[in-house]
Design a binder for this molecule. Structure first.
Ligand code: GDP
Length: 364
């Protein structure tokens, strides 16, 4: 899964990116600092893996992972090639969801590109760039199809749909806010429009706001309102603190979080929220060789889930031997779980659930 971090310059993208990947991307107090989209891979924390590792005495543990793209250079005019321009917009096309970092902290030492902290204006600036880019994408598509549409009835219908979506975009509506019909969805799918991507607003707040949920400020409130209005998610983090947390060992990290009065780090919350937003779940495989987590879409059936491991598993699928993680823990061991009848044999129509521990049987 790929997530793209976007936001205006100097809002804390690189700081957050450093935190989540420990990749050491540059962070400096001036715009256009990070030029190439940096890619960082983070493991998805999952407490169940440790439990299974001990139970199976496994040699290795492989968590599932998320790729973060640090997509810098998105500024006013980017869709017209300004700043570092259009190139950045194309990176957004590849991501499953957008993490839009919005500055909600005051710090006179950190310059704001537009002179003041103002989440509403910042969200609109970025949002409009995505919309402008989508308008251009649609116009290009229509231009390409124009000739053929003269004689092709179904293409004419597609053109009408594109025209109507373009009109709504021109009014400043993003595609994700439009309630698209199935037909409209299918016409626009291949265009992979930027404003159709799910968004999580990441409010970058100063330290005091992350530990106290009752404490709000006008920036947070403004951003929450925007998120609510379009049905997007919002979470608050303090990028600076996240960066500090990322440098700590597990044990220190727990203590540090406790001192701050937090249960989880901002990154863990971010991953959790992304999972929910994208309708993702995790299933597990376990054995003496390896314990491993796999990410699938909610609603995925057993053969397709098996296909995540290997296409042969999907093609030759016979059955899945499934134990719910909680059942396995309650039984104490895989053998005990079997004796208690907690290992279920499931066929090709079985819909895999979060926390299923699965052994696939297949023909080669
Ligand atoms: P980017 O341009 O969006 O990637 O922003 P950076 O991550 O490079 O951050 C720009 C400046 O803001 C740097 O000097 C950071 O140290 C500072 N900064 C980032 N997050 C915070 C924060 O939560 N609080 C404060 N006070 N400064 C921050």
């Amino acid at each position: 899964m790929k997530l793209g971090i976007v936001g205006l310059p100097n809002v804390g993208k690189s700081t957050l990116f450093n935190a989540v990947t420990k990749a050491g991307a540059q962070s400096a107090n001036y715009p256009f600092c990070t030029i190439d989209p940096n890619i960082g891979v983070v493991s998805v924390p999952d407490k169940r893996l440790k439990v299974l590792e001990e139970m199976y005495q496994s040699k290795s543990v492989i968590p599932t992972s998320i790729n973060f793209y640090d997509i810098a250079g998105l500024v006013k005019g980017a869709s017209k090639g300004e700043g570092l321009g259009n190139k950045f917009l194309s990176h957004i096309r590849e991501v499953a969801a957008i993490l839009h970092v919005v500055r909600c902290f005051e710090d006179s030492d950190v310059t704001h590109v537009d002179g003041s902290v103002d989440p509403e204006r910042d969200v609109e600036t970025i949002g409009l760039e995505l919309i402008f880019s989508d308008i251009e994408t649609i116009e290009k598509k229509m231009e390409r199809s124009k000739k053929q549409a003269k004689t092709d009835k179904s293409l004419q219908e597609d053109m009408r749909i594109l025209e109507s979506i373009k009109e709504r975009l021109e009014y400043g509506h993003s595609v994700r806010e439009m309630d698209l019909s199935e037909k409209e969805e299918s016409v626009t799918r291949e265009l992979n429009l930027l404003s159709s991507k799910p968004v999580i607003y990441v409010a970058n707040v100063s330290e005091e706001y992350i530990s106290d949920d009752t404490l709000s400020n006008k920036y947070l409130e403004a951003l929450q309102k925007i998120a609510d209005a379009e049905g997007s998610a919002m979470i608050k983090v303090c990028a600076k603190i996240e960066e500090e947390i990322s440098e700590l060992e597990e044990e220190e990290k727990a203590m540090f979080l406790e001192d701050l009065g937090l249960e989880t780090s901002g990154l863990d919350k971010l991953i959790q929220t992304s999972y929910e937003l994208l309708g993702l779940i995790t299933y597990l495989t376990a054995g003496p060789q390896e314990v491993r987590a796999w990410t699938i879409k909610k609603g995925t059936k057993a053969p397709q889930a098996a296909g995540k491991i290997h296409t042969d598993f999907e093609r030759g699928f016979i059955r899945a031997e499934v134990t719910a993680f909680d059942d396995l823990v309650a039984a104490g061991s895989p053998v005990a779980a079997k004796e208690k009848g907690l290992v279920r044999l499931e066929g090709k129509d079985y819909v895999v659930k979060d926390g299923d521990v699965i052994l696939f049987r297949f023909n080669v």
